[in-house]
Design a protein around this ligand. Structure first.
Ligand SMILES: [Zn+2]
Length: 237
């Protein structure tokens, strides 16, 4: 029985490391995904600002065309003024010229606002480009490393499992099954130790008789509360 307990302790040591590595198999891909997502977000920010800038440029062009158009009309009407004969026609044409000039002044104001927005958008685009570069650099610097780590962790887990399974071959089937169920259902802790007269798995107090049986190592002792395999201590690490 002593031998079996030693095997169980060794198996637990492997399973504890496997548990830590299992966490990494989730965390490492998450780290990689988060770097990829940061770059996607940065790309999207660049594209959004670029399309806003495009829109702004189009608006400015339209307004400039509008002003040119109005100016052409104003020039034409001013030339017509020279050939007009009645006062009424003169007044009508003059008022049309005034109207167009007023209109142009309004469009000019709108242009100024658009130019201010353009300047803000160019500043923002510069920031977006810098953030994009940073996200891209960060992904480049870490992608290969993380992919390698993910592969290594998976390989390590396979190796540890194989070592653990080799050890398990030295145990009776029902004990292997019980151990496996505890690993699965008890937070990867199947074999626990006496921690100041309490189960290190659940904290339940170990009765003196259980303590004596445990120390004798003549049989597998289970915690009376959580059902984990209880040993007096984990020797040599
Ligand atoms: Zn317990």
């Amino acid at each position: 029985m002593k031998k079996e307990l030693e095997i169980l302790i060794q198996m637990q040591k492997f399973d504890t490391v496997i548990g830590k590595k299992n966490v990494l198999t989730k965390e490492l891909p998450q780290q990689l995904n988060s770097l990829k997502q940061s770059l996607l977000d940065a790309d999207e920010a660049v594209n959004t600002t670029k399309s806003e800038l495009d829109e702004n440029q189009k608006d400015q062009k339209l307004k400039e065309l509008d002003i040119a158009d109005n100016n052409a009309k104003i020039t034409k009407y001013k030339n017509q003024l020279l050939t007009i004969e009645t006062n009424k026609e003169y007044k009508a044409l003059n008022s049309e010229i005034n109207h167009l000039e007023k209109k142009n002044s309004g469009v000019d104001d709108e242009l100024i606002v658009l130019m201010e927005t353009e300047s803000e958008l160019r500043d923002r685009l510069k920031e977006n480009n810098e953030a994009q570069q940073k996200a891209s650099d960060e992904l480049k610097a870490n992608e290969k490393k993380l992919e390698k780590e993910i592969q290594e962790v998976q390989k390590d887990i396979e190796e540890l499992k194989s070592k653990r399974n080799k050890l398990a071959a030295g145990l009776p089937r029902d004990l292997i099954r019980r151990y496996g169920n505890l690993i699965k259902n008890r937070n990867r802790k199947a074999v626990v130790f006496n921690d100041n007269n309490a189960c290190s798995g659940c904290g339940y107090t170990i009765r003196p008789q259980v303590d004596i049986d445990m120390k004798a190592r003549n049989s597998v002792i289970y915690c009376e509360s959580c059902g984990r395999i209880l040993v007096d201590h984990f020797e040599n690490n």
